[in-house]
Design a protein around this ligand. Sequence first.
Ligand code: KIV
Length: 273
Amino acid sequence: MSVTSTKPAKRITVHTIQEMKQRGEKISMLTAYDYSLAKIIDDAHIDVLLVGDSASNVMAGHETTLPITLDQMIYHASSVIRAVKRALVVVDLPFGSYQGNSKEALYSSIRIMKESGAHAIKLEGGEEVAESVKRIISAGVPVMGHLGLTPQSIYKFGTYAVRAVEKEEADKLLKDAQILQDAGCFALVLEKIPAELARQVAAMLKIPVIGIGAGGDVDGQVLVLHDMLGINKDFSPRFMRRYMNLYEEIKQGVEKYIQDVKAKDFPNENEQY
Ligand code: KIV
């Protein structure tokens, strides 16, 4: 039975997901970087699509999210936007496009909104980005925050281990979450922090809190699409649930095609003019 067949394709907005939190309905979010996969995920009725800077790893094969540029993010975002009829599309501000000052942050956000047609932006950090958050929102652009393991700071952290385990960092995260809400963020992503701390943040804030490796007591979940579909076979942190094994399926399909070509079995008489 399809769970999607009865739902009307009504656009999800920042207000929709805030109402979902109020009525206790969990928010589903996945990453997308290209037209074809974004179309499938939108047709499946995902609530939020994130054009994440994880495109740097997943699409371009970089070790970190740092190398991806604003132009490349806009390219990915435009491809996703062309596919989407229903989901809220949020786009990451890439490393180096907003940390300079709030004017730079606003300029980068406006480029994303104008050139891709996205619905909102996401940026990493707490108190240090609050002024930028306010400035971007004052121009009419909705902002999603991101705390905990913020991959753009990987060289500061030195490791992808769980964040905010110690009290000092946990207290700072609680303070930053409140600051981001007060600055006007419409939602917040919490990445790889203890479940109990994530629960406290979600209970404290009015805005939706969406977790990745942050336990179940938050308002929604996000995963990287290529990880949950099993396209990346080498990445399997504890928080990640793999719903398919596409690496093997795609490989087997390609191997069969090669076999057919070599055996002169493809194309057959019905597959030619
Ligand atoms: O870039 C990304 O994929 C993200 C998610 C991990 C939340 O920021």
